[in-house]
Design a protein around this ligand. Structure first.
Ligand code: GDP
Length: 195
C-alpha cells in the first residue's frame, strides 16, 4: 500500500450519527495505551496524526481516516482506561458495539494486544464480540521491540490461548519503533481494497 493522501474525515462522539461511507472500512480496537495511535501513525506514515496517550485531552471518539480515497481506517476508542468512570466505560463499549453492529462497509477488524502480556478480560471480551458479530479478527501483538526474539513464539501462544483464538487466527507481531509487521497489515488493507 502506498500512502498518497490521508484525511481525518469524520470524528464521532458517543451520540453522533455514524457516517454512511461508500468506501470499505477496516477498524482497529484495543485497550488504552496498547499502542494503537502509534500503529496508526506508522501505517499512515505520519508522525502524529492519531493522538498518542502521552498527549492530554485525548477524547473517546471513533475517527475515520480516508486513505487515498480508497479505504477508511477506523480508529475505535481505546477501552479499559484506568481513570475512566463506570459510566464512561459503558458509553465506550456501547459506541464500539454500535459501530461493529451497524457498519455496512466494515471489511476487517484488527484487535491490538501488548505482546508482553496475557490478554485482559476486556481483550477477550472484545475478541469474542468481534467473532460473534461475524468477523475473523486479526490480532496485532504490539511493542514487539520490547521483548527478545527468543520470547516471541511463547508470547504469541499466551495471547492465542488467552483470547481463546483458534490456530487459524492470524496474530501479527508489530513494532511502531522498528515498523516490523507494517507491510503485513498494509497487505491486508490492499486485499480489502481489491475485493
Ligand atoms: P494508545 O493509547 O493505544 O493509542 O497507545 P499509544 O500509541 O499512545 O502508545 C502508548 C505508549 O506506548 C506510548 O508511550 C508509546 O510511545 C508506546 N509505544 C507504542 N507502540 C510502541 C512500540 O511498538 N514500541 C515501543 N517501545 N513503545 C511503543
Amino acid at each position: 500500500m502506498v500512502i498518497k493522501n490521508v484525511e481525518l474525515e469524520t470524528v464521532c462522539g458517543v451520540t453522533s450519527m455514524l457516517p454512511d461511507n461508500k468506501l470499505p472500512e477496516v477498524a482497529f480496537a484495543g485497550k488504552s495505551n496498547v499502542g494503537k495511535s502509534s500503529l496508526i501513525n506508522a501505517l499512515m506514515m505520519r508522525k502524529s496524526l492519531a493522538r498518542t496517550s502521552a498527549q492530554p485531552g485525548k477524547t473517546q471518539t471513533i475517527n475515520f481516516y480516508n486513505i487515498n480515497k480508497e479505504i477508511y481506517l477506523v480508529d475505535l476508542p481505546g477501552y479499559g482506561y484506568a481513570k475512566a468512570s463506570e459510566k464512561e466505560r459503558e458509553a465506550w463499549g456501547q459506541m464500539i458495539e454500535r459501530y461493529l453492529n451497524t457498519s455496512e462497509k466494515l471489511r476487517a477488524v484488527f484487535l491490538l494486544v501488548d505482546i508482553r502480556h496475557a490478554p485482559s478480560a476486556n481483550d477477550k471480551q472484545m475478541f469474542e464480540w468481534m467473532a460473534y458479530v461475524g468477523y475473523d479478527p486479526i490480532v496485532i501483538a504490539t511493542k514487539l521491540d520490547k521483548i527478545k526474539r527468543s520470547q516471541i513464539d511463547k508470547q504469541i501462544k499466551i495471547i492465542r490461548q488467552g483470547l481463546g483464538a483458534d490456530k487459524e487466527t492470524i496474530i501479527v507481531p508489530f513494532s511502531a519503533e522498528t515498523k516490523q509487521g507494517r507491510d503485513i497489515i498494509w497487505d491486508f488493507m490492499d486485499q480489502v481494497i481489491e475485493n
